[in-house]
Design a protein around this ligand. Structure first.
Ligand code: XMP
Length: 521
């Protein structure tokens, strides 16, 4: 077929594979907008493309997207949402070690569709109190389990009695008593609790709530039929949740290179903490620093590799071939690449160092192949096209700013001039370093020492849920793969052909000469 033949011709003179293109620009740092990808003959429809990626033995994602280990991006809520979409969240370390353990446990114990801590009422509360609570918290539901002081199930307060006319009555007078409430023992949930709940609702027409209890009849959760139906529908979705061998959601966590009073790596403390994370089911540990090609980071990776031979280790950040080689030799499985591309980073301004991201990805990816470590593009991604370009060289991307405005990111919503924002700050910003991340930038958190921040404190406009943001990004990646005729990420890497873009070409790439009514992204 003429259409599929590799053209010897004109195309190949202009649109070059990575190993011809990047070395030709070895005297200039290139980033996403400096380059575009050539389209190729395709028989691949975007929705047929596969996005799964492997970062280490036992660490497989169904989409190549990771949420950044930053204190305004990833805690358990974000990590759960990322894993449910097939990706991964890295829980940040700007919190007490025991809090990080609980955050990881929350992700690993998450049962999709089971409301693990439902809002409850007590038998001696007034229905009027319940009505006030609904109004104050804007609850969209009005049925509540009723428990006593020990958490024991007393019954269910059905929505049809939560009415102003009954405001003066006690919950105890209006509840459906315990012996008429449908329950399941949590021991009976098995490996697939949703399937169990789904069957229950089919077998019990008219029942819309199923409560989960333990042997002492204490309440442990609640299934609602509408949630279960939504999830059962989602199961047919193309990208499945990212799970471990025990069907639990994947979860990563970042750790810092903690030092003791003598300035040495605090081996004992690090091993105790990572050991506790592993006990809770942690799937990957990230040694996250601004300068991964340094003695301390190498030592830290070696200490972890020796103590946990099977635990996938993600380490960084580097931008050089030597840096990748160094971390791979120390025992890392995947290397984070990016110094200064992040939307809140000022490393290049403050320290005068760092490499534009596409050049850094090319250089590191070539050693990554040799050393059999995965390369992860970290920072600077503002649109799905940047992800497609990253994935021509890397196995996955890490995003911070793109997710910081989502409801799943930590932090409160603020309102200015009618617009809603959430805080987004660099882990090298002054306030984040004071909260604990100073070691990442080679400083101490001592408030009396002067430190040079390498990140800013900023705001992100509130966006839709992570599901919606990811759906947009995935749609873009799949389009890119369709244009290149690449059914999977391996072929995307093989097929990519690049060309440099002029400043006029960059202007041409964005909407121009129109009055934009609705942002396209
Ligand atoms: P985006 O562009 O997704 O970047 O917002 C997120 C990535 O930026 C890195 N990071 C920093 N880099 N100073 C830096 O130079 C900082 O204060 C800082 N905080 C985060 C990090 O790699 C993250 O994933």
């Amino acid at each position: 077929m003429a259409a599929t033949k590799e053209p010897d011709s004109l195309d190949s003179k202009f649109y070059k594979p990575a190993d011809a293109f990047f070395p030709a620009y070895n005297n200039i740092g290139l980033t996403f907008d400096d380059v575009t990808l050539a389209t190729l003959y395709s028989e691949v429809l975007p929705h047929e493309t596969q996005l799964d990626t492997s970062l280490a033995e036992g660490l497989h994602l169904n989409i190549p997207i990771i949420s950044s280990d930053m204190d305004t991006v990833t805690e358990s809520r974000m990590a759960i949402a990322m894993a449910l979409n097939g990706g991964l969240g890295l829980i940040h370390y700007n919190m007490a070690e025991r809090d990080q353990l609980s955050e990881v446990s929350r992700v690993k114990n998450h049962v999709h569709g089971l409301i693990q801590d439902p809002i409850k009422t007590a038998p001696d509360q007034l229905i009027g109190d319940v009505l006030n609570l609904i109004e104050k918290k804007h609850f969209a539901f009005s049925t509540f389990p009723v428990v006593d002081g020990q958490g024991k199930l007393m019954g269910l307060l059905p929505g049809h009695v939560v009415k102003v006319r009954y405001a003066k009555r006690k919950v105890a007078e209006a509840l459906t008593p315990r012996d008429q409430v449908q329950t399941i023992n949590k021991k009976e949930l098995g490996r697939d609790p949703i399937a169990k709940a789904d069957k229950f609702f089919t077998d019990h027409p008219g029942i819309h709530k199923l409560l989960v209890v333990d042997d002492q009849d204490r309440l442990h959760g609640l299934f609602t039929m509408s949630d279960v139906e939504r999830i059962t529908l989602e199961r047919n979705a193309q990208f499945k949740p990212a799970r471990d061998a025990n069907f639990r959601l994947l979860c990563g966590a970042a750790v810092s290179a903690t030092r003791n009073a003598f300035g040495e790596l605090d081996r004992e403390r690090i091993l105790a903490h990572v050991g506790a994370l592993v006990e809770r089911g942690l799937d990957v540990v990230a040694v996250s620093t601004a300068h991964g090609h340094s003695r301390g980071v190498g030592d830290m990776v070696r200490v972890l590799r020796d103590a946990f031979p099977k635990l996938p280790i993600l380490a960084g950040n580097v931008t050089s071939a030597a840096g990748v080689e160094f971390l791979a030799d120390a025992g890392a499985n995947a290397i984070k690449v990016g110094q200064g591309p992040g939307s809140i980073c000022t490393t290049r301004i403050v320290a005068g160092v760092g490499i534009p991201q596409l050049t850094a990805l090319y250089v590191t990816s070539r050693v990554g192949q040799k050393k059999r470590v995965a390369i992860i593009a970290d920072g600077g991604i503002t649109k799905s096209g940047d992800i497609v370009k990253s994935l021509t060289l890397a196995s996955a991307v890490i995003c911070g700013g793109l997710f910081a405005g989502c409801p799943e990111a930590p932090g409160e919503v603020m309102e200015f001039s009618g617009k809603r924002y959430k805080q987004y700050r660099g882990m090298g910003s002054f306030s984040a370093m004071k909260a604990g991340s100073a070691a990442r930038y080679g400083h101490t958190s001592d408030p009396n020492r002067k430190v040079a921040p390498e990140g800013v404190e900023a705001l992100k406009e509130v966006t839709g849920s992570i599901d919606r943001v990811l759906a947009q990004l995935i749609g873009g990646i799949q389009s890119g793969m369709g244009y290149l005729g690449a059914p999977n990420l391996v072929q995307l890497r093989e097929k990519a052909r690049y060309i440099r873009v002029s400043p006029a070409g960059q202007r041409e790439a964005a909407p121009h000469d129109v009055v934009e009514l609705k942002a396209g992204t």
